[in-house]
Ligand binder design. Sequence first.
Ligand SMILES: [Cu+2]
Length: 653
Amino acid sequence: MEAMLVSTESPPKKAATAAKLGIFTAVVGFCVGYFAVNVVGQSHGAKHSDLAARSQSTSQMRAAFLEDDVSEVPESVARFFEAKQSTTDTMQVNSDTLGITVHNHYTEKTPIESGMKYRYPWTNVAEPYKATTLAVMTPVDGAWYKWMVDGHVQGYGAVVECLFTEIGSHDVVVIEKTSSGDTAYLTAKVMVKFVRREIRSLTDVDREKFFNAVHILARVPTEVGQKMYGAEYKSKDYFNRVHLYYGGTADCDHWHQGAGFVTSHVTLTLEYEKAIQSVFPDISVPYWDFTLESTFYEPDTWRSSPIFSSSWFGELSPDNKLHTVTDGRWAYEQAMTRAENFSAIHNSYGVLRAPWNNDPTPFMTRHDHVYGLMNNMKPSGCKEYYVALKKTTWMSMSRQLNAAAHGHIHETVGGSWNHYYANRIGADNIGPQTLTFAHEIQALSKELWRTGFVKCPESCSMETAWQNCQCTYDASTDTSGMTSSEILDKAGVLDSVEYFDAVGHLISKFKDENGTVYTAVPGYSEEETKHIYDGLLEMIASPGHIGDMFQATSSNDITFWVLHGTVDRLWHYKRLGNTDNFDETWDPYHTCYGHNPSNFQPFKNIFDSLDRYYTNEELYENLRPEKATIPYMYDGFSWPHCELQGYDMSNEW
Ligand SMILES: [Cu+2]
């Protein structure tokens, strides 16, 4: 553990960081002017008084230094820090008034929700690589103060500054000596963690730094980046490939539609956070609380939220044939081409995308339509969060986190287009029913691909038009001898689909009580039923082109990385709450590897350096929010806009 004065000479670790930043200067050069304007503009007045205070404390420091005759701390102080477990993280000796505050420029105004019941347990929290102010709460007139951090003299005076560089618990002692010679001590444990904040509450500098680090990961390959930034650096393509390997194989989805979704995505985000911190050690991954968009916008207006300005997440519905962002920081964000040498999984064009998504576009894609129709959804929000918080079992909560509390962000950001049979829906037929069906297309056609009925060409050159290189089900070449209903049943489609007949009647039951597929759906003749099955198969036979966020390399879109922290934040809150009402049993009955407690996930050396992969249950334990070893925490758990709508967002029940 180490801590140091901001103004002292750099130990090796800090020097290494400075070198990194030096390398980086050229790359971020273009935005330096922007930083300068903002920083100076915001804090001109504040800076003045700050400097005055600092020079005052410097003069105090010299005098205090000469007066320092307290060279040892009492036994009780030493014992306090050695104790593995204590009920409190501060202790006073010879005083009941001495107290301290720990803050930085964020927590000075908005303290972290910590040190109270059903929140993080630590009274004093600091953030690594952020200038931290340690201050005596009510300094005694004429008294002399000395600070020790992790056994080293940190400074003198009622206020000192400190820069922690390692996460975990740090020991702080402040010694007070009054003019009459009385000595008192306050000992405090300070928990140091990266704090994840809603992206809108970051300073301009921190937000820019985060986005710039994301750009570095997109442009510097892992092998090069590890030489520059160290072993924790991994490129964007590395993360895309991992997500593709676990979400894009034919056997089943190892990362979604089961409890493994939570542990995998939360740990992937943490691994990503470590990678961006290898570039800038003081940043963390912000989260996007889309309940704000959900609350304050309508389905046809939420894409105009300022969060999608070209210098933040970028445009959500680029108006061009490729559905590619062409303006701002995500303009022409690359999707890896010629990926055959990099990944065993890719599409027919060799682009690093889900194999059922035969889009040749070499850039990140987004669309506000699904299945050729304007998407009528907006992010889900307060209600879905509330429902997640009130779940009483881990199994049901993980399902809610996987689905509704995820906000429909993947679908509404990614969208889909170029479905071959979508034009079967006539313009005058579009109603809520058609849209419900359109929302399901991606999942349904993916299952047809998984069962081998939808097939994609082995490979297509980039010159091949998309119409000639489609993934589709072709009845004329199907040698299985199966009927449409048998194919749909084998792919599991009949258990979940909601289909609407030509006049808009909903058909959602395709099986009788015994699970036998109807040869005549109630209310329809056998002839009509066959027609329904054939039509349904044809409709979902063409997965079309799917926006990156809505398929297995969703991690190519910046919105992916700010989305799963949002889900994790709810999980933190739940686990800090009343555990008497939360059954944490993890059922081992999932049929797809990746979703059971003993299944391994592709992560190692995240919480230790044992060089072995973690199982889901190990991740579940390591990710407990109250643990000292988890490197991050969230700034808080309040949703005033949800409370105003009548949702009780407490976790105390
Ligand atoms: Cu995912």
